[in-house]
Design a protein around this ligand. Structure first.
Ligand code: NAI
Ligand code: MG
Length: 359
């Protein structure tokens, strides 16, 4: 054993509590097989129960508590019957993203074996790209306000904020990711025809940063046709970089092209490692199926693979992803969203079994 990684585990709400244990099971299996030390600490905050008991989503000292961890392994937050969604999200996950400066939101888009794509005729390999979303500024700013509230002159304004630092660092992350991939291709999402100040600036920075990465082929699309091309030509993409709002939309659309939201992972990354990065499935707490053991744990388990990649434990990361692909290709132990009859724990255990078999 070389290093022991300290991981904060936060299941949150709903199916987060069901899929996180399966993710931990696979993390432990991979750690054993690949000789990596992992030390888990579980936390009950960032949940509706915690909110009911304490009147807030997080303890006052959450920053101090979490900041020393190597990573946060997160389920999903939100239980709208008890806490309004804007309170639960802003009171927990968005605090982590901002205070831990997780400025990269990274989402793989990859068609897995055995999952039928809504894009007929596409096979694994045709759909295999990343969406890199700027995660701290852009259209999601707190600059703005309301005037003349409640009168017929009522006016609301919310400004987009792009800083040179904020734009350049997300572009650099995306260029480096493209460099690490065989296709070495970066696509930028823009809308400089309609949004005539910030988006031309974004384009300008893409051109400026591209000079530092001569081996990368760069192109750009306006967000509307880019969204269409995700569906029409998903094989055109390798690494797609986008502002906060455009990235939010693309990173739901991309995984939707791969069959089921239940398999999609995401990483909120602080690349410098100043703070822990956070790994969470794309899906939410799914109140409609929560508590029944029906949730697909693959999105949560794929997050374990991304977490290993982030640690630099590439073999373990690839091993977990391979175990997911082999399990799906075998077509057994599938959950209902995949057309099977298995429960959350059965699918999780089958993937953990395959990881252990790699030893
Ligand atoms: P959702 O992602 O929880 O569910 C959308 C649909 O997908 C539901 O029909 C659900 O059953 C299905 N689904 C989701 N994950 C699945 C899985 N692993 N296996 C099988 N089926 C799955 O989104 P929704 O319903 O809009 O939001 C529910 C709650 O989750 C809200 O409180 C929302 O704010 C929160 N949420 C939290 C997120 C986070 O923590 N990052 C992200 C999205 C939503
Ligand atoms: Mg979203």
């Amino acid at each position: 054993m070389t290093k022991t990684y300290r991981i904060a585990v936060i299941p949150g709400d709903g199916i987060g509590k069901e899929v996180v244990p399966e993710g931990v099971r696979v993390l432990e299996a991979a750690a054993r097989v690949y000789g990596i030390g992992v030390d888990f600490e579980h936390f009950d905050f960032a949940s509706a129960e915690y909110y009911q008991a304490h009147g807030q989503m997080l303890p006052d000292d959450w920053f101090e508590t979490l900041k020393g961890f190597d990573a946060i392994y997160f389920g999903a937050v939100g239980w709208p019957d008890v806490v309004p969604d804007h309170v639960s999200l802003w009171g927990s996950l968005l605090q982590f993203r901002r205070h831990f400066d997780q400025y990269v939101n990274l989402r793989p888009v990859r068609l897995l074996p055995g999952i039928v794509s809504p894009l007929a005729g596409r096979a694994p390999g045709d759909v295999d790209f990343y969406v890199v979303r700027e995660n701290t500024e852009g259209e999601y700013s707190s600059i703005g306000g309301k005037m003349f509230e409640g009168t017929d002159r009522e006016v609301v304004v919310q400004e987009t904020v792009m800083t040179r630092q904020g734009v350049d660092r997300i572009l650099d992350y995306a260029f480096r990711l493209a460099q690490s991939r065989p296709k070495k291709h970066l696509t930028s999402a823009t809308k400089s025809n309609g949004i005539s100040i910030t988006m031309p600036y974004w384009d300008e920075r893409v051109e400026a940063r591209a000079e530092q990465y001569p081996g990368i082929r760069v192109d750009k699309f306006h967000i509307d046709i880019l969204a269409a091309n995700f569906v029409l030509h998903p094989d055109w993409f390798d690494v797609v970089v986008a502002s906060n709002l455009f990235g939010d939309i693309l990173s739901d659309l991309g995984p939707a092209c791969t069959g089921t939201i239940g398999v999609a992972p995401s990483a909120n990354i602080n690349p410098e490692g100043t703070f822990p990065s956070l790994f969470e499935p794309v899906h939410g707490s799914a109140p409609d199926i929560a508590g029944k053991g029906l949730a697909n744990p693959i999105g949560q388990i794929w997050c374990a693979s991304m977490m290993f990649d982030h640690f630099g434990e590439k073999e373990a990361g690839a091993g977990v992803l391979r175990a997911i692909e082999e399990t799906l290709a075998a077509g057994e132990h599938l959950t209902r969203d995949l057309g099977g009859t298995a429960g959350t724990a059965e699918l999780g255990a089958a993937i953990a079994e395959r990881v252990l078999g790699q030893g």
